[in-house]
Each structure stands twice: as C-alpha cells, then as structure tokens.
Write a protein that binds this ligand. Structure first.
Ligand code: ATP
Length: 535
C-alpha cells in the first residue's frame, strides 16, 4: 500500500487537500492523472448504466425492458428531506473520546490486540496500518510494562486483531495515543452530517446539511421526472455527485473520506417484481467491476444476514474488494445494492416512517403527532396498462467513485521484469489500468530530438488529441520515457523513428504484452480506438 500511495503522489494521481498548510484529514485532491482516471470511471458508469442503456433491448438477465435517465441535484436541500429520510435521527456512528490525548475515535474501527505480561492482560489499540499494526502494539505494550528490547520475548501479543466494539466493558484498554489505561469515554452517538446555515441571518430554523448521499435528490424528484419525461415503471434514475460525511476516523487513503463522490441509481419497479430486479442489479453491478478490470478473486458479494436488514428490506448485498490495507481475508465495501421497498417514497409522502413496525406507520412524537411531516405530495404511480396504482419499490445500487478509483489503482499496481534500453532485465512498475479508464490512452515520442522526428511526432500528437487523451514526450532515453508511461498506466506508446521518415509507419508498443508493431500514421486513431474497445 505504501508503494501505491507514494506512486499516487509522485505521478500526480492524488494529493492531500491543502497539503501546504498541513493537510485536512479525510479530504483528497486528484492531480492531473487522477482527475482523468476518475472522470473516465464516472463516464464509464454513466455510459454503461444511463446514457448508453438501450431501453428497447431487454438485457438477457433482466425481467423486462426498462428505461434509465439521469439527474443532477443540489448538495444543499430542504432540511425536511433529512428528517423524513431518517438521516437526522439515525445517521450516526459511535465514537469514543480519549480523556488523556483529547482525540476522538470511531468505536467500531480502532483495532488492537491483547498483550500479556506476567499475570496481566491489557488491550493495546493502535491506528497503525495493517502491516505495522503488530509491531506497534508490541512496542507500545513493552513501553507500558516498562520493558527493554532484550525482554521482548517476555510479553505475548495476541494473534487476532480486533476492534474496540468487540471488547467487553471490563477490558483494560490502552487508547491509541494514550500512555495510561482506561482513558476512553463510553461510546456516544455522533451524527455524520455536516451542518450548515442557509442565508446570512440564518437561525436554528435555517440550519440544513450537506447531503450525505445523492439518493434523496432522486426520491424527492421522482414525480418531476415522471411528469416531465415519458418514463414508465420499471425505470431507473442515476446521479453522480459529491456527498459529505463527517467521518470520525477518516483513514486508509481515500477509502473513508469526508468529501467524496457517489454514483447512485434508484430503480423503481412494481412490488411483485422487486426481488427479480434486486437480483438483476446485484449481478449486473458485480460484473461491471470485473469487465473494467477488477479481478474476480479479489471481489466478493456479501449478502447481509437477515438480522442486519431493516425490516422493510428483503435484501442488501455489498460488493467488497480485498483492499491491500486490510488484514488478509478481510474486504472493504465498494458498493451496496439495497432493496429499499417503498420506504423512501412513502416517507417523503407521509412523514418519517417507523422502520420497526410492519406495516410501517408514521413515527409519532411524544404528543402523538407525526414526528416529521412528509411533503403531502402523492408519490405513487398509476400504471395505465395494468389499471393499478401503487407506490413503487426501489432497488438502490450505490457506488463510491473514489473507492472505485482506489480499488482500480490497487488492482493495477504491478511490478514485473522488463528489458531496459540495453536489454538488461529491470524491475518495472506498471499500472495495468483498463484502457477505458487509463488517464492517458497513448504517448507519442520522437526516437531522437533531431532529423525532423519531433515535427512528425508533434503532428501525430495534435491529430490524436482530437480523439483521445494523449501525451507528448521528447525528453531523455526512450526506454525511460516508456517506464514513465508504464507508471502512469498508459496502455500504448507510439514512437517516431527513421523508418517513419521513409514509409510513414510508427512503432506501437503495448504496455502489458510489450509487443511492438508497425502501424501507418493514417491508421493510428482507428487502430488505437479498436484496441481500447476490444479489451
Ligand atoms: P461504510 O460502511 O464503509 O461507511 P456505508 O455502508 O455507510 O459505507 P453507503 O451509505 O452504502 O456506505 O454508501 C454507498 C457507497 O458510497 C459506499 O459503498 C462507498 O463506496 C461510498 N462511501 C460511503 N462513505 C464513504 C466515505 N466516507 N468515503 C468514500 N466513499 C464512501
């Protein structure tokens, strides 16, 4: 992971936000390569799920034909949205404060191990990453028991790494930044939404929140979309946009950020067909990641246990990836696919529903009045053909663009052996990104900076630039220029040499196979596009 993080900074994929001022935890900027990679991933999603979807052709595994449309909603919405959606009351994590260090941690995420010395057993927690966690626990355990290096074998460090929430309340815990035991408070609820105020004179009534998910914009526009386009159920609405969560312990590079982008679909269907649609989206979304290059060995589909599900939901599955910063055998969520029943539309219609009752009733306050009033708008659907009116059920495939980028970066990072310009085998770092998402599709080099080669190469560069992202480089030995493009994930390199001047052909080198072929300059754009589309 360290190598990936360092490559990301060195080559301009990702930088810490406001780095010159010491950075902001949980906020990341995408550099020149990163921004192209992320745009390509979002565009692939939009093309494959929304714009390129052919509603006249039923995909093989789909229960029927369906339409897909897009939306782009605001980040700041009416405060009532978050009350009716449940986020105002329920969107929280448990945190603990350290009385000694004054730091705050997420209860279910801080890891540690049992450390035993003589007859004493304490739990030592740490924020170190998976590779250094064991050593950090041992080091701090030794410090706590005042042991020297030569006594290292006198303490026992537990095999298993566990999180704080798995301990019972009598455990003696050394907090991650503390010197003394038992400095952590009891866990408390902490709402993850960023609060903000509308208008200059805003009081408490004008308080609202930065959206913690893009989904609610889709639900509150359901009627607008129905009335303004000719969609019929079943259909889906997709949206890509920023979301904000005040995560207590942002960590693991961009995996848990405070500002991030989501790619979400709300798919509206008839209640009787919802199970079939749930299975359809679950399988389709998993296949999408594999088609774009994530190895199926590193991906799992984790169906939530029945006790994990909200009672209105008949199923939720997470697509999870074996991120290298996680312990062996653990996976991190890339995307969740949830069957949400009619919970969201009904809540925005009638008021916040009580998810613990079945059938769901509107949640009441202590005076027996609705706790939060809904919009009062009719968000049901009338099916003219069936002659039936119903509140559609919703399947929600909700993906994170930043977690997607991170997974593709981790998957792409490879070190292999390749000959240098003198034919000597050298370790090369190569980002094996799928050509569709690679930031630069092709790099153009003149073999040497003379004999008219730069002029030809610059012309090729200018022409290709009309079709795709290309990069021009004439500095240094050509072998070194190849290496730089390998690290950037560029799938193709084009070299102008003496033969080019004679017969208008160039060398086209493939990043992965290292094969070189000769292509006529006039055929380059078509050849590159064919190769990009062929994978
Ligand atoms: P987690 O359990 O990891 O906090 P979640 O279950 O709360 O995630 P959802 O609310 O289902 O996540 O959000 C949908 C998707 O949005 C996630 O699968 C993930 O890809 C992305 N996402 C959620 N929170 C973050 C975050 N803090 N940073 C980056 N991406 C995020």
């Amino acid at each position: 992971m360290e190598k990936i993080v360092s490559l990301c900074k060195r080559r301009g994929f990702l930088f810490q936000s406001s780095e010159i001022y010491g950075g902001v935890q949980g906020c990341w900027d995408y550099g020149p390569l990163g921004v192209e990679l992320k745009r390509n991933l979002k565009e692939a999603w939009w093309q494959d799920m929304i714009a390129g979807h052919n509603e006249l052709l039923k995909p093989d595994t789909a229960p029927s034909n369906f339409e897909m449309v897009g939306l782009d909603c605001t980040i700041i919405m009416h405060p009532q949205v978050w009350k009716c959606s449940g986020h105002y009351d329920l969107f929280h994590d448990h945190m603990v404060d350290c009385k000694e260090s004054k730091k705050r941690y997420r209860f279910d995420q801080v890891r540690g191990r049992w450390v035993e010395y003589q007859d004493r057993k304490i739990f030592v927690s740490t924020l170190a990453d998976v590779e250094t966690e064991f050593d950090d626990v041992r080091r701090r355990g030794m410090k706590f028991f005042r042991l020297r290096n030569k006594d290292a074998d006198k303490i026992t460090v537990g095999e298993e790494s566990i999180t704080l929430d798995k301990l019972d309340s009598t455990s003696e815990v050394l907090a991650p930044d503390a010197k003394n035991l038992d400095t952590l408070t009891e866990p408390r609820e902490f709402n993850l939404m960023f609060k903000t105020t509308l208008g200059a004179l805003g009081g408490e009534d004008d308080a609202t929140f930065l959206r913690p998910e893009t989904a609610q914009g889709i639900f509150v526009n359901f009627k607008n979309v129905l009335d303004s386009s000719r969609v019929r159920v079943p259909f889906g609405i997709g949206q890509i946009g920023k979301s904000f969560r005040n995560e207590i312990t942002p960590r693991n590079f961009t995996f848990r950020s405070r500002e991030f982008e989501q790619m979400e679909i709300e798919f509206f269907c008839h209640p009787d067909q919802s199970q079939e649609w749930y299975r359809y989206w679950r399988d389709r979304r998993l296949n999408w990641y594999v088609a774009l290059g994530l190895s199926s060995d590193s991906l799992i589909m984790r169906e939530h246990d029945p006790e994990e599900l909200a009672h209105y939901s008949v199923g939720t599955a997470d697509i999870e990836y074996a991120f290298p910063f996680l312990p062996e055998g653990e996976y991190g969520e890339l995307e969740g696919i949830a069957h949400r029943g009619d919970f969201d539309l009904r809540s925005h219609m009638e008021g916040k529903l009580d998810p613990s009752t079945s059938p769901m009733t509107v949640e009441l306050n202590e005076h027996g009045k609705p706790k939060y009033r809904g919009s009062g708008k009719d968000l049901s659907y009338r099916d003219e053909i069936l002659g039936e009116k119903f509140v559609p059920h919703v399947i929600e495939p909700s993906a994170g663009a930043d977690r997607g980028v991170l997974a593709f970066l981790c998957e792409a990072f490879t070190e292999d052996e390749a000959p240098d310009e003198k034919g000597k085998m050298q370790t090369r770092t190569v980002m094996r990104l799928h050509p569709r998402i690679a930031p630069i599709k092709a790099a153009v080099f003149p073999l040497v900076k003379k004999d008219g080669m730069p002029e030809v190469a610059r012309e090729i560069y200018g022409n290709l630039k009309q079709h795709m992202t290309v990069f021009y480089d004439e500095k240094g030995a050509v072998g070194r220029r190849y290496r730089r493009q390998d690290e950037a994930g560029t799938p193709f390199c084009i070299t102008v040499d003496t033969e080019t001047l004679e017969n208008q052909t160039v060398t086209l080198r493939d990043r992965d196979s290292l094969e070189q072929s000769r292509i006529h300059i006039n055929d380059l754009a078509t050849e590159l596009q064919t190769r990009i589309d062929a994978v």
